[in-house]
Unconditional design. Structure first.
Length: 537
């Protein structure tokens, strides 16, 4: 790192601080202003925030590492997200906005019961610690270690947390969205800079195709593939995707800040177009890195690929820009997680405990929550390497054990009115037992705490295939228990008629959104066809 690199990074922090300060001026007046940005944000900033909140340091580290190890196949997660965002905009968002909810657990309570709300709030907070905060900090610390020479991972994590927490604590969702807007531009620009340099070093795209293993550009792997079978990708990954993109507080909370259903829908579609890009500025450089640094693959250090490429390929100033891009991704995801978790704790726990709390008291409770979440997240970091040497696979596998029951109760809750609270709670608890059991066994086997051929064989089942099996069981439990118990009350079905007078959107706006939706889907299909055995065998 040169003086010019540090100057670029300093300019980035100044810009983020300025945007955070400006956007937080009116964020602490009341809970809607702090947690939902006053419900008055346009679709472009929200769409950029959806994208930036999702793209974190684990994407830079994990997608690049997995691209080096297994090729373009990991792009499937990014491109499938386009369809999940369509589902968010067209199916879920109208119900959320018209019911005026602050949190996803609150919506689950209205559809089912307070017990379901409590479960989702608790499991969401656990998920943020195990799959968001700790993974994000771990990935960021890896880059700081290689590029900037910061050997102490704990110190690096604390510095990153403090840098992010300031504007998040004081600015609320409005500050998060507008800083995300800036950070989305920086992370895309920085990402493509590394792609251009890496491709030039290997002689261009055609030369990279010739140098890489034959199947590295084919995203359709056989059903027997251990890592990314096409059956798991096309059936299992959408189960994770609906949970993450359509029911997870961190993502959905951005759409709740929209000033209309159409703007929220357009934001989701815009984020979908942005999700087409990561394979080209994260996965593709990873494949180039495999050619340039084969020793990392040989030594099972694919997670070091991104940091090694930044350190070894980029010159003065450019290196600072790319590090700023990674910090943008890290800070946007962290700030989103902090804000969403504080919303959950405040609205789903604290407010229920103290219903008479003032607006300012609720905002303060949300701010305090951030500190607690950060401390627990940092303590979780050492457990990540036990799960998988590929950070991206770790993240997806943990989500695979959390998502099936939540996806089932949300999806069937909107598509089938006969589902009831008893069935939903039974489904959530069944899914928790199955997912927690698999997670505990997997950790024990991989850490060699137990030595059992049967359990080893059980753990070897691909996590996406396991999520499919979990989802089938959860749907069966939900249907059977709901049919065997009393139908839902009129109160629980009120979500379908809430604010029905505002259900329609301007015809012209809806037509334009439909056209954008069709275009987005067509682009993904074209990419599926291009990166297939028809062109890459």
């Amino acid at each position: 790192m040169t003086t010019l690199d540090y100057a670029v990074i300093a300019a980035y922090f100044i810009a983020v601080a300025a945007v955070g300060w400006w956007s937080s001026l009116h964020s602490r007046d009341n809970t809607k202003a702090y947690f939902l940005a006053g419900g008055s944000i346009g679709w472009i900033p929200i769409g950029a925030s959806l994208f930036a909140s999702n793209i974190s340091s684990e994407h830079f580290i994990g997608l690049t590492g997995s691209g080096a190890a297994s090729g373009m196949v990991v792009s499937q997660y990014e491109w499938l997200a386009c369809f999940m965002l369509m589902t968010l905009g067209w199916l879920f968002v109208p119900y959320y906005l018209r019911n005026g909810v602050f949190t996803m657990p609150e919506f689950l309570e209205r559809r089912y019961s307070p017990a379901c709300r409590l479960y989702l709030s608790a499991i969401s907070l656990v998920a943020y610690i195990t799959t968001k905060v700790s993974v994000c900090l771990y990935a960021g610390a890896l880059v700081l270690k290689v590029v900037m020479g910061w050997e102490n991972m704990w110190l690096s994590a604390l510095v990153l947390v403090i840098a992010t927490g300031v504007y998040t604590v004081f600015g609320g969702l409005r500050a998060v969205i507008f800083t995300d807007y800036l950070q989305a531009v920086i992370l895309i620009l920085g990402g493509f800079v590394l792609t251009g340099v890496a491709l030039s070093r290997v002689g261009g795209f055609d030369a990279l195709v010739m140098a890489a293993p034959p199947d590295h550009f084919n995203i359709w792997k056989p059903a027997s593939d251990a890592g990314n079978p096409w059956t798991g990708i096309m059936i299992g990954a959408p189960i994770l995707g609906i949970w993450y993109w359509c029911t997870d507080q961190m993502i959905v909370q951005r759409t709740l800040a929209a000033d209309s259903v159409d703007h929220a829908r357009k934001a989701a579609i815009f984020a979908g177009f942005l999700k087409i890009l990561p394979p080209f500025f994260l996965v593709l450089p990873g494949i180039a890195g495999m050619v340039l640094y084969p020793e990392l693959i040989a030594n099972n250090q694919s997670d070091m690929m991104y940091a090694t490429m930044v350190d070894g390929l980029l010159g003065a100033g450019i290196k600072g820009l790319v590090v700023a891009a990674l910090l943008s991704a890290l800070m946007s995801s962290l700030s989103s997680t902090f804000n969403s978790s504080s919303t959950l704790v405040t609205m789903d726990f604290y407010h229920r405990w103290r219903p008479s709390a003032t607006e300012k008291e609720l905002v303060r409770a949300g701010q305090i929550t951030t500190v607690v979440l950060v401390c627990v997240g940092v303590l979780w970091i050492p457990f990540i390497n036990v799960m998988s040497s590929q950070l991206w696979i770790y993240l997806q596998s943990v989500q695979a054990y959390i998502s099936p029951p939540i996806t089932a109760v949300f999806l069937l809750g909107l598509l089938w009115k006969r589902t009831n609270a008893t069935g939903a709670l039974a489904t959530l608890l069944t899914g928790f037992v199955l997912g927690a059991g698999r997670f505990i066994i997997e950790v024990a086997v991989k850490a060699k705490w137990i030595d059992s051929p049967a359990l080893t064989s059980f753990v070897s089942i691909n996590f996406l295939h396991f999520s499919i099996a979990m989802f089938v069981v959860c749907v069966a439990v939900l249907v059977v228990v709901s049919l065997c118990t009393r139908p839902p009350s009129e109160k629980n079905l009120a979500i379908f008629t809430a604010n029905a007078a505002h259900a329609s959107e301007p015809a012209q706006a809806e037509i334009s959104t439909k056209m954008l939706t069709v275009l987005l889907g067509a682009i993904v299909v074209v990419l599926w066809i291009y990166f297939s055995p028809f062109f890459f065998k």
